[in-house]
Write a protein that binds this ligand. Structure first.
Ligand SMILES: [Zn+2]
Length: 271
């Protein structure tokens, strides 16, 4: 398998994967969405809430606030050695909020949450939690735990994880004087017209919609749009909980673990 990085930053990873197949790509995609753990607030103890929002709505909003995750320092509650309902310092992080609108109406943002571990904090401190009117108060204690996206979407470390086939386009070698319809209709602006010849400007932008082939007045069209059978473009957009490359690494680890388990179970079958 060969991997080429097209784009990489704190929240986005775009790669070309060659010599892979659909089942593998789809397994990685599904594991990244549903199995790679990340931190999210799971329980909230309301100490004081004089705002107009019910406790449950505030707890739900807090749960959906993405938190930076440290997978090496924390374990999943079901795998933690404490096996306690309340959790321990290895499977739980406490965040507190104590906000009051003393001067007048104001918004409370995620940045006001105080964590007992400065590494586990909201990915952005500008996520609005609630608006308080004058003299309203919100005081609470929230407990964050690791979890998996298949249980609740708040534990999904990616906001998007998708792949598409690697496009393969061959343009006519002769001059094409009839029209520029293929270049005009393409929603991704893949083509350009150079000296009355159709040329590919941005191959990777192609999403194989085939509009260009259909728009061509020549039948059959001299344009040939196909895809490589074993090459893909994968795009992972992280919520900020984990770096996108870490999500992919964890996904491959989990896939390996599941395959090992399958192998062991097969061995355990009586002859
Ligand atoms: Zn524990």
């Amino acid at each position: 398998m060969k991997i080429e990085i097209l784009e990489k930053n704190d929240t986005n990873l775009r790669i070309i994967v060659k010599e892979a197949d659909v089942p593998l790509m789809n397994a990685l995609r599904r594991i990244a969405l549903a199995e790679v753990p990340c931190m999210a607030i799971e329980e909230v103890v309301m100490i004081e809430n004089s705002s107009i929002l019910q406790d449950e709505i505030i707890a739900h909003r807090l749960g959906l606030t993405p938190l930076k995750t440290d997978l090496d320092a924390y374990s999943l509650p079901e795998e933690c050695k404490c096996q306690s309902e309340f959790g321990c310092s290895e499977c739980r992080v406490t965040l507190t909020l104590d906000s009051e609108a003393k001067e007048g109406t104001r918004s409370v943002y995620s940045g006001e949450l105080v964590s007992d571990n400065p590494e586990i904090i909201p990915v952005s401190d500008r996520i609005p939690i609630i608006k308080l009117a004058k003299n309203q108060k919100l005081k609470l204690e929230a407990y964050a735990r690791l979890g998996r996206g298949k249980v609740h979407a708040k534990w999904q470390p990616v906001s998007m994880c998708a792949y598409k086939y690697y496009p393969k386009i061959s343009t006519p070698t002769e001059k094409c004087e009839e029209c520029t319809k293929c270049a005009d209709i393409c929603p991704k602006k893949v083509y350009e017209i150079k000296d009355e010849k159709v040329d590919v400007r941005d191959l990777l932008a192609c999403n194989l919609c085939m509009d260009c082939v259909e728009a061509c007045p020549k039948k059959p069209s001299p344009l040939n749009v196909e895809w490589e059978k074993n090459a893909f473009i994968m795009n992972i957009e992280s919520t900020g909980a984990l770096p996108p490359e870490r999500v992919l690494k964890e996904a491959t680890k989990i896939l390996g673990k599941e395959l090992n388990l399958l192998e062991e179970l097969l061995k355990a079958e009586p002859q």
